[in-house]
Ligand binder design. Structure first.
Ligand SMILES: [Zn+2]
Length: 350
């Protein structure tokens, strides 16, 4: 978002301008709460505001809904059904919703889906996941400092944050010889990303709100038969610099060593993906041809979707033969952004 827009939103916030209702939400860094533009609470200083154009972003950034202006459940803005479900999530924000939970509330899951989509631009399940991830990530971010301090004075495993992290990342190691991966959080212009690595190589890089991320992490944990804890390793430290360069258009090829977990077919597809140059695109069909499996277009597309190293293995550079974008794990809007970004900084076009 451009700075002028932030200032515009800030003026609307000071004026409690109801014309901006639903246009933006404001997260207050000092309290960790997010509000509607018209909230009656005292207005924060500009430098303490973070503006969001949708609820999901505010939740993923770990903000809690304000109790006064009820940005998610205000009666004049949402249907009774949406309100009921938002309240139910707040009672237990870490719950994973199953079909029977809807039945218990006498709510039709598909109606809930439709109404959430209409009001918040995301399904109820995505909403609940955003809230859950936001909480866990807030605990991880706070706890990161705690655990680093603890590591300095010797390992101590009792902090509450470790429990939160374990719920997403898997159990903390109980034995010293357990294989150990570390996870770091990075803020990018396209939203937060999480990366997982050991001392030598990267295993995963994904947008935090990627659908199925928790499952992906869990699968990784099972594959390594080990634990994933927050922290930094050399590949993660270098990656942070590389991501900054990537997003500023000065880095076109990630140099980090990577560790691929997948079938030999998947690995061939991923290798071929790495050979698509910056700023260019290929169709799924062309990818299948590139690995000499011209009839396996579907399998190629699904290997493409199973990529766990976003950006580094540039699966966003594969589009439909028709020229349409096709899908993207991190969302089609991000795919479009990445392709535009790479075209803008493409040296071949100069
Ligand atoms: Zn408020």
């Amino acid at each position: 978002m451009a700075l002028e827009k932030y200032h515009e939103y800030y003026q609307a916030l000071l004026a409690r301008n109801s014309a901006y209702e639903g246009v933006f939400y404001v997260g207050v860094k000092t309290t960790g709460i997010f509000c509607r533009p018209t909230c009656s609470a005292r207005k924060p200083k500009f430098e303490n505001c973070e503006f969001f154009e949708n609820v999901g972003h505010a939740l993923h950034a770990s903000y809690r809904p304000c109790q006064r202006c009820l940005p998610l459940s205000h009666p004049s803005q949402v249907s009774p059904l949406v309100r009921l479900l938002v309240d139910a999530v707040e009672i237990n924000p870490e719950k994973r919703w199953k079909d029977k939970d809807f039945e218990e509330l006498c709510v039709d899951a598909s109606t809930a889906r439709r109404q959430f989509k209409k009001r918040f631009g995301m399904t109820f399940v995505a909403y609940a996941r955003a809230r859950r991830m936001g909480i866990a990530m807030a605990q991880i971010k706070n706890g990161d400092k705690v655990i680093n301090a603890q590591l300095d004075v010797g390992y101590e495993s009792s902090s509450g944050f470790r429990d939160a992290f374990s719920r997403i990342m898997g159990a903390a190691p109980s034995r010293l010889d357990t294989p150990l991966l570390k996870a770091s959080w990075f803020d990018t212009p396209l939203g937060p990303m999480i990366a997982i690595a050991d001392e030598d190589a990267l295993y995963l890089l994904e947008f935090v709100d990627r659908r199925g991320l928790e499952r992906e992490v869990e699968r990784l944990r099972q594959r390594i038969k080990g634990a994933i804890i927050p922290g930094k390793t050399p590949p993660l430290i270098s990656l942070e610099k590389e991501l900054t360069s990537y997003f500023s258009g000065t880095l076109q090829d990630f140099k980090r060593p990577i560790h691929l977990i997948g079938s030999s077919f998947q690995k061939r597809v991923w290798q071929a993906l790495r050979e698509i140059p910056w700023g260019q695109t290929r169709s799924y069909k062309e990818m299948a041809d590139a690995i000499d499996h011209s009839r396996a277009v579907r399998a190629t597309a699904s290997a493409n979707g199973a990529n766990q190293l976003a950006l580094i293995i540039p699966c966003h550079r594969v589009i439909n033969t028709s020229g349409e974008l096709g899908g993207y794990g991190g969302g089609v809007a991000r795919k479009q952004w990445l392709l535009n970004h790479e075209r803008r900084y493409n040296p071949l076009k100069e």
